[in-house]
Every structure is written in C-alpha cells, then in structure tokens.
Design a binder for this molecule. Sequence first.
Ligand SMILES: Cc1cc2nc3c(=O)[nH]c(=O)nc-3n(C[C@H](O)[C@H](O)[C@H](O)COP(=O)(O)OP(=O)(O)OC[C@H]3O[C@@H](n4cnc5c(N)ncnc54)[C@H](O)[C@@H]3O)c2cc1C
Length: 621
Amino acid sequence: MANLILDEHDQNFVLFEMLEIDKLCELERYTDFSKDMFEMILTEAQKFAVEEIFPTLAESDKEGCRLEGGQVHVPKCFHRPFKLFCEAGWNCMSFPAEHGGQGLPFIMRIAAHDWYMQNFAFASYPGLGEGAAHLIETYGSQEQKEKYLPKMISGKWGGSMALTEPGAGTDVGNLSTKAIRQPDGTFKLQGTKIFITGGDQDLTENIIHPVLARIEGDPAGTKGISIFIVPKFLVNEDGSLGRRNDFEIAKIEEKMGIHGSSTCLMNFGDNNNCYGELMGAEREGMKVMFQMMNEARIATGLQGLSSASVAYLHALNYSKQRLQGASLLEFKNPDAPRVPIIQHPDVRRMLLWMKSNVEGMRALMYYATTCGDKAASIKDPVEAEKWLGIVEVLTPVIKAYCTDIGFRVTETAMQCYGGYGYCSEYPIEQFMRDEKIASIYEGSNGIQALDLVGRKMGMKKGAYFMTLLGEMGATVAKCRTIETLKVLAEDVQAGINALAEIAMFFASCGKAGKFLIPVGNAYPFLMMMGKIVCAWLLLWEAQIAQERLTAVCSAKGVNAADPIALAPFVKENKDAAFYDGKLKSARYFIKNVLPEIDGTVKSIKSEDLSMMEIAEESFAS
Ligand SMILES: Cc1cc2nc3c(=O)[nH]c(=O)nc-3n(C[C@H](O)[C@H](O)[C@H](O)COP(=O)(O)OP(=O)(O)OC[C@H]3O[C@@H](n4cnc5c(N)ncnc54)[C@H](O)[C@@H]3O)c2cc1C
C-alpha cells in the first residue's frame, strides 16, 4: 500500500470507470479540461496530502490552538501547508475563472479534498474561506464582490460561518444577535456567537465572517433573520486594512478532538461599534446561509468518508503486520506459528465490513456530486432538474449516513488494533475523536433525518425521490442479466421496494394524522436509505468489476468463472485482485449489511410509539 489515506485505485475506479466524469468535459462549461488533467490534479492532491497535510495531523492535535491577547494562534505546523495550499489553488478549484478560481467541476474539488478531509482541523480553515467567498460570489453586491473576493480566493483572507448562539443551536430562528441600522446603510451588530469554527486564526491577515442577526424590529423566527458581512479588520476604499472591528474572542473551546481547529466564542459590539454590511436582501439571511450550509453538509459527509478511509487503511495495514494467535486450522497445535491477525475470520469480517462501507460511501459522495455538476451545467432544463432533484434527496443522507457510519468505521478500526488502538501511540484514537463531531455539527444527524422525511422526500410531490428509485432500478435491470450478479440484483430490488413501501407508509400515516410515526422514525429510515443506496452503488460497481475481471483474466488465459483458477491469479495480478475485491465488497454488503433493513422495516411498520408514550418521569427513577 503506497499510502494509508485513500485507496487511489478505488478513487480512480469510481471517478473514471463508474461515473465516467471525463464525459463532463463534453459540456460547454468544462471543455477546457480533459481526463489527463483530472488525473494529474489527483496525483498532485495525493502528493500534497501525503507530504504536507497528513504529517500535521498528530502534531496539531498535541499543540492545539491558543488564545493570547485576544488573538487565536493555530498550530504552527499548519502555517506552511496553508500557504502552499492556497498558492496551489486547492482552496478555489471550482470557483469561476473570472474570479480567480480554476472553474473545475465540483467533483474534482470533492475528490481532491477526499485526500485532505481526515485532517479536518486543517481543512476547516481554507474550507470556510471558500464557503464564505462562494456566498459573496452568489449573493454579494458588485461592490462587495470587488472588495472581498480577490483576497478571499487567493487565501489572503479567511472566512467562517457564524450562526450558533447559546440559545440558538438547532433552533437557529431563536437567535438574539441584533443588527442596528445606521444612517449610511451599514449596521452595527450586538450579540454572542458560540462554537464558531475559525472564528479567529493567525493564518490569514483578515477574516470575513458571515453572521446571522436580526435587524431591530424584524419578526421573530427564521423569517426575520438577515445575514451580514462582518470583517475582522475593516477594509478601506483603496483595499488596505483599516481598524479592528468591534468583536472579541472571549474563549476557545476545549474539545474531544479536532484540536487544531479553533472553536470560538465571539462577542460582537461590546463597544457598540461592530460594523456589518448586509448581504442579499433583508430578512433573507436563512435563504442565503442555506447555500453555505448545504455545501458544509456535503463537506461534513466527506469528513465522515475520509475519516473512515484513513482508519480502514491503517487497520488493514496493522492487521497484516500484527502477529497474534495461530491459524484456525491449527488450533489444536500449541507449537503452531503465530499468524498475522488478518488471517482470523473475525478480523476479516471487520476489515470487509469497513472496506465495503468506505467504498459504498465514496460511491455515494462522488455520485451525488457528479449529479450536482450535471445539474449546474446541462442546458436542457428537464434533465438538469432531474440531477438536481437527486442531489436534493441525497444531501441529508450524505451528511448523516457518512458521518455516523464514518464514526463506526473508526471505532471498528480501533477494534482491529486491540489495546494499542486505544492508546495514543497509534493514530486510531485520534481518527475516532476527530470524527465524532461530524454527526453533531452542520445540523445534527437527527435534524438531517427530519429534513429528508419532512421535506426532501415530498419535494415536487415525491418526483425527486421517485427519480432516484428509477435510477436504482435501471442498474438492477442490467445486473439481472449477469449470471454472477442476478441474486444480488434481486436483493437490491427488494431494498428499493422497501424504500418505496416505507415512503408510501409514511405518506399514509401523514394522511391519517399519525405524523409522529414518520417523525419518530426519520433517523432509522435515513440510515436504512443510506444502506440501500450504498447497496445499489456497490452493485453498479460490481457490474463494471465483473466485466473488467473477465477481460483481465481472458487476456491471460484464465477462466474468471472458475474459482480454483481465479484464486492464485488474484494473488499475482493487481487488477484482478482489485476487481475481485470489488465483487466481494458488493457481495458482503448486500448479503450482510443490507438485510439489516428488514428489522428497520419491521420496527417502523409496528407503529410503536413507546418513545412518546413513556413519561419523562419514567426514563429513570
Ligand atoms: C466543534 C464545533 C464546531 C462548530 N462549528 C460551528 C460553526 O462554525 N458555526 C456555527 O454556527 N456553529 C458551529 N457549531 C455549532 C453546531 O452546529 C451546533 O452545536 C449544532 O447545530 C447543535 O446545536 P446545539 O449544540 O445547541 O445542540 P442542541 O440544538 O441543543 O441539540 C441537542 C440535541 O437535541 C436534538 N434536537 C434539538 N432540537 C431538535 C428538534 N427540533 N427535533 C429533534 N431533535 C432536536 C439535536 O439533534 C441534538 O441531538 C459547532 C459546534 C462544535 C461543537
């Protein structure tokens, strides 16, 4: 294994053999690009991750962030990679060229960042700058674009997203930060924000904070929220930096993980002089911020995938080296040689569970992102809407499923390490600590489930959801005709039927006034949907892998359908090993993980509402 971050063969397989992203270059928007360029970018991303970013993971965890004299200092080891990161343009890959970006399809940004996101503490800084700049690009006035974008895109200035307050976490509409209108059309802000990632740092000379606040007199709730650009240093007419804005970093949080990421408590306007500029229209702050929140949800799902990927590859490497116990076949022989733990069935089960989950999540992440690129670039409005609809439905699944399963993969990786995994001498415990937060922020996973069931599934009267089921069904139809895959295809079809069945069941509950059933079961349903979607995508991968394996074998005169001939060939031929591994991943997932949905279907359809019926006094005596 060349690196322990990401299996580049898997990445290339999903991007080029499965999703054929090079075909995006046929669209007018991407004609400047080619497959060769995409491959070169990914080679560079790997090199940069291996040489510059991954090595800072452990060091930044130990050093953490410091608040001194009102200024946050991030780990020293972040400074060099951050500078190189921005110089190389990794922070603005998908920005339009006219604003200084590279105009690449978003899938290339996601695939490159798949190399970086396990070091989320580092990646959060350029990521937030990018997200804030994208907000200004979409919703800012021409003047704001000219004033802020060039420096943000070059990475000279950073960004954040400031929503959360002590009484307004999930319930953002309850925020109390206020904006007081000034005669010159600007605003003065007053209030407190908590948990703001990158609320301050010393990587960039200025930080542009998009801050949610309510203009005095505007209505309560989300409808009364506006969004403001609040720079750390005000920007003079000539572009130079002016006075320090009136907000302070009161503290940085002590956290379980991502110690290199500064999580700030920010007090705005203690001296009644916190300058803010309205972005977009008044009272449209939530609509504006949703763009950044949706991007952040995808990025957080990517954090889950990347954490799972790095943890799995480390566990695999360890399992090949760690000697413990004798082979099962020699269990009665006390003198039998000790074997690497990868030979034990239970360790192989954990490894294949992790492999199939990582591959399923990567396919899900890259598939949805490619749909997004098609939605943004295809001129035919009907087709563009088809891809957009799939992205809408899959966004909460990506965020919640990839972060929860990502965490479970890091936990399973620790299990493979045994006691050493629990000790800080090995990196696994950090992967696990760093990943846990991903299920909590950017809208907790329970909230993602409510978004899926309460909003996304019913969009366009359910048409978006049905489109996704249609795409899944098309793969099944193909695989039914392939001898080695037809049984798996039937299993996936049963999963698709179950999805449709529960969707109808929820709709009928809604009509009958039993809305607590879909609400109370939204999270199990989301996880069930994640499993079915991943099973579908792994089946799709298996269909391609089967074709490729047959071709690789026949080129060498090996019969791919004969397991006795195939086994030794797989050991000596890397491509055969890869494609056969894909077939095993799909089979394992469909035969061992997918059946878990039967229990979920049964429990949802039981209409049990004990969670609502139990009195609060009865939870504990
Ligand atoms: C390390 C870190 C970094 C962060 N970075 C940022 C940032 O950069 N910007 C920013 O604005 N915020 C940030 N946050 C805040 C984060 O988004 C919130 O913590 C999160 O939205 C949850 O809010 P809360 O902590 O107040 O929990 P609560 O809202 O109190 O939720 C607690 C639990 O109750 C559940 N719950 C709450 N309301 C409902 C409901 N209506 N229905 C069902 N379940 C519900 C939640 O799902 C959760 O499980 C960060 C937090 C942390 C810890």
